[in-house]
Design a protein around this ligand. Structure first.
Ligand code: GCU
Length: 687
């Protein structure tokens, strides 16, 4: 790659807290080597020293895997600190991705279950900065912290297309330039940018990466064949950072690649084809994570064509991968995208539950069902998918969207961590168990969390420089879903821009509430969509109203919303367990922000907030635009404190956000004024 891309949250200054110290690294393996190289670069830049264990005196910092610590001679200078750290470990052994930190006088010890844990421990210290080496526990060898990831699999999917002439461009729903993996129809020869990316992801604890689009076109399928050695090159880059790679495969591959006349999961030839394919793939990439599959969805082939269900389809692939330790991520995003808009009985929101909930208990152990967080499609506001509470005997992964398809396409500032925090913290039952707990295995076997990445070969990686915070925050929440969104942002600001209190304050003012701001000036009260068809950017209130996609708002002269009640509507509310089934069913208890998702109400319906639906639409759209005006003004005040390239890029994007927000406000407010004939109580005029 020609130019040096933006360092994101790992600029040189962020390495200083470790780089200024005397450090010892103990352990072996590819990821430990990465830790050693990271420390080496840090000490060279900042004047510290990376020494051998037999060096004189005690270092400031020891980074050791438990095996590395146990290999140390009994009498060496590190013996005492290591012995006490190991005894802490033995009290409750850590997974290989976990680490603990102890303090012995001036020496800090990070002890990890394995190489990945050591990498995560190092970055834990970097996030804390110099604080990491101050104030220890009272007792020598006392524990400072002990951490393990909340989720076993923390995945980023890439909707990158191998084919140079792919109809959806190099990255489907990509808003940051071309693919960092592929160019000219092949895996890039120079993977240095991928290595930088793997380093960034490894620093967050991401441990799984999907390498290609879930819509698998003919050329993409060749990743399983012609391009397999190149997949091996990509896997090697990620492996050094504790990350395994996954391939999206087409369910129809036995036909398209194998020349068979069927992909029926019960056909022994099909089963053999997948076994052979897995064998071949694993002979090149021995630690491939497995396959990601979008089947019977938006035109992708699937088991329905053979009268089979999705457990049959998923287990077919699972059984081919099982001998190699691979896992299938099978997506639950299955619905009828050729619906007749005149048919009011079909409800797209119901589809994933209707297809998958009855299959609970039928999926093999190495199959994870990947469920989008909401029942429709990554909208700014949706209820949590009822599938998440309906499959206790199935490994479930929750899918989020870091790429801002429906949230401003990285033209708009929209810090999504508050949304994810809310979704992951949602309690589907009348008890303490959260969505994150379900994914982590509290109610059944563990799945994990997956999300669609937002990066491309843009110099800032993400188009809008502030969209880097979403990638950062995604990684942090998959590690610990209880982190506060503001704290995650605070970490990101400090690592990325250094410690300038005024800049920190200003960026919080711009970003903390930007998700809710985006919601205010776009679609109201959980109704969703109203975007321009195909590319999904900007307002088009009726853009999908008379289309086959199943995303309707049903606005008429009297009211708006989708009746999804059991009593009079599509019955979707009945897919939730109590208390939510009842909460959503009643217009009196349904939360305002989801009202139009569950109910069709008159424009004069009074919300819990005290305003009518139509007045709410007028008010929030006006308020949203005012908030963007303040964001842009605040950015202008901060410009001198930001690197000039960041300031300039952000200024251009905020101007576009403001233009677009005004367009949204004017179209949505005018539309509902025309439909309802209700004037604005505050006397605003519409068009
Ligand atoms: C959305 C998106 C598509 C994508 C699909 C999916 O519908 O617009 O581009 O393929 O989600 O998640 O599979």
């Amino acid at each position: 790659m020609d130019t040096e891309p933006h360092p994101c949250w790992l600029p040189e200054h962020a390495l200083a807290p470790v780089g200024r110290r005397a450090v010892v690294v103990l352990g072996t393996g590819a990821v430990v080597d990465t830790v050693r190289a990271e420390v080496d670069a840090a000490v060279r830049a900042h004047g510290g020293v990376l020494s051998e264990a037999d060096g004189s005196g005690l270092p400031d910092l020891v980074l050791a895997t438990v095996d590395g610590a146990r290999d140390q001679p009994a009498g060496g200078p590190l013996a005492e600190p290591l012995r006490t750290a190991v005894s802490r470990y033995e009290e409750a052994p850590l997974v290989t991705e976990g680490f603990l930190v102890t303090r012995h006088g001036d020496t800090t010890v990070v002890l990890a279950g394995g190489g990945p844990g050591l990498l995560y421990g190092l970055h834990h210290l970097l996030r804390l900065g110099h604080r990491a080496f101050e104030d220890g526990p009272a007792e020598a060898g006392g524990l400072v912290t002990r951490q393990e990831p909340a989720q076993p699999i923390r995945m980023l999917d890439h909707w990158d297309n191998l084919a140079a002439d792919s109809p959806m461009g190099p990255v489907e729903r990509g808003y940051a330039g071309a693919s960092i993996f592929y160019a000219d129809g092949r895996v890039r020869a120079d993977l240095s940018r991928v290595a930088r990316y793997a380093r960034l992801l490894g620093s967050l604890g991401i441990n799984a990466v999907g390498l290609n689009n879930v819509n698998v076109h003919r050329r993409e399928a060749e990743l399983l064949t012609t391009h397999l050695p190149d997949v091996g090159r990509l896997a090697a880059v990620f492996r050094a950072h504790g990350i395994r790679v996954w391939l999206s495969v087409s369910y129809g591959s036995p036909v398209t690649l194998g020349g068979l006349d069927t992909a029926d999961p019960m056909d022994p030839r099909v089963q053999q084809w997948w076994r052979d394919t897995a064998e071949r793939v694993y002979s090149v990439v021995g630690d491939l994570g497995g396959f990601v599959v979008k089947a019977d969805s938006e035109g992708q082939p699937g088991p329905f064509a053979y009268g089979r269900d999705h457990a049959d389809g998923a287990n077919l692939l699972g059984r081919a991968l099982a001998p190699h330790g691979g896992t299938v991520f099978w997506r639950a995003f299955v619905y009828d995208h050729r619906q007749d808009w005149r048919d009011r009985s079909t409800d797209r929101a119901r589809a994933a539950y209707d297809h998958f909930a009855p299959l609970d208990g039928r999926f093999d152990d190495n199959v994870v069902v990947q469920v989008k967080y909401g029942p429709i499609d990554f909208q700014v506001r949706e209820p949590v998918s009822p599938v998440i509470a309906a499959m206790p005997r199935t490994r479930l992964a929750v899918e989020l969207q870091v790429t801002q398809e429906y949230t401003g396409q990285q033209q708009h500032v929209c810090y999504l961590v508050p949304q994810w925090r809310e979704l992951l913290g949602f309690r589907p039952w009348d008890d303490d168990r959260t969505v994150s707990d379900v994914a982590a295995g509290a109610t059944g076997p563990a799945g994990g969390i997956a999300a669609v990445s937002n990066v491309g070969d843009d110099p800032f990686w993400t188009g809008h420089p502030l969209a880097q915070a979403n990638l950062y925050g995604y990684g942090r929440l998959t590690w610990d879903p209880t982190l506060a969104a503001e704290d995650v942002l605070d970490e990101w600001i400090g690592l990325t821009f250094g410690d300038d209190p005024e800049l920190r304050r200003g960026l919080h003012e711009i970003m903390d509430g930007s998700w809710l701001t985006y919601e205010r000036y776009t679609s109201p009260l959980g109704i969703g969509f109203m975007v321009k068809p195909n590319h999904h950017y900007g307002p088009d209130i009726d853009g999908y109203e008379y289309s086959p996609w199943g995303t309707y708002h049903f606005a008429d002269r009297d009211g708006i919303g989708v009746d999804r009640t059991v009593a009079t509507g599509t019955g979707y509310a009945g897919q939730y367990p109590e208390p939510w089934r009842s909460v959503y069913e009643s217009v009196d208890t349904c939360p305002d922000e989801l009202l139009l998702f569950f109910h069709h109400v008159p424009y004069g319906h009074v919300l819990h907030s005290g305003t009518t639906v139509v007045q709410h639409i007028y008010d929030t759209h006006a308020a949203g635009v005012e908030e963007v005006e303040r964001m842009a003004a605040r950015w202008a005040e901060l410009a001198d404190r930001l690197p000039p390239d960041v300031a300039e890029r952000g200024t251009g994007r905020l101007a576009e956000q403001l233009r677009s927000a005004r367009e949204w406000r004017d179209q949505v407010s005018t539309y509902f004024f025309r439909k309802s004939g209700v004037p604005d109580a505050r006397g605003r005029t519409f068009y």
